[in-house]
Ligand binder design. Sequence first.
Ligand code: ATP
Length: 302
Amino acid sequence: MSTQTESAAGPPAGAPAPPALAVRELTVRFAGLLALDSVSFTVEPGSLHALIGPNGAGKSTTLNVLSGVYRATSGSVRLGGEELTGRSPHEIARLGVARTFQNLAVSPYATVADTLLLGRHRLTRTGFLAAGLRLPSAAREAARHRERVVEIAEFTGLAPYLDRPAAALPYGLRKLVELGRALCMEPEVLLLDEPVAGMTSDERRRTASVIARVRESLGISIVLVEHDMGMVMRLADAVTVLDFGRCIADGPPAVVQSDPDVIRAYLGAEAAEDSENPEGAGSEEVPQPRDGAEETTKEVRS
Ligand SMILES: Nc1ncnc2c1ncn2[C@@H]1O[C@H](COP(=O)(O)OP(=O)(O)OP(=O)(O)O)[C@@H](O)[C@H]1O
């Protein structure tokens, strides 16, 4: 993926699948608090892997370790043959892991095009000197990056806003700019932290469709942290459920959502008993977070 600059937004024909992301016995301790307790899961190449759990379960901590923002106390995260734990966020980004944040990190003055171009930074080969001297090679490279920015803007639906200040856009579009900027890094793995939080239902639909196309057309592996259970169940290939820092379930969405431990974590012991004794209890019921969920539908993946 990292060399793609051609006309289509998708990967070059015959491009290899991204490597698997293997998380093994990941433990994170903050002073006396065990935020992650020996968590293991594997993100299969090109899949959308959701990480869910009630508030405080350890989802953001996991993304922060995967992206190098937090150091693991112990355990391992491997992207193909590369160990990621112990590396800086910059090195991890260079290895092909991009992320978006729960809170928008968009510069107040930059246009959408400028903001997307920031994502190209790690792919820029021209040194400061060549760029400063306006050498033809630097100009050619800059033009290629601008072309790619336009393609990604078209792919994400941001093309009409390229010249607008990113900070002045409605919230849903600003979150798409974050996603577009991460895509501009040509990642192999994309970490999405609550990408539809706070959006209207129209914005959610639009963003969910972009995320689905990222997986389908670009073949990028996605780790999705999201409270919107309807979206998780529709989009995810696999789901890992955390509760109090521990992995309590891991598997296909349809299996995970009827797991008594998952229902207990979200809804309490009584609901779990109903699910084990299903008379009158819907086995297709999608668990609802203890709080923080803004939209919960009862759809399951077909
Ligand atoms: N930097 C930190 N210092 C101390 N404790 C932290 C830190 N980051 C997270 N925690 C704690 O670790 C636990 C897991 O937090 P985390 O933010 O990973 O949960 P979460 O599942 O993402 O929750 P939410 O859905 O509310 O975002 C919580 O008890 C939280 O207070």
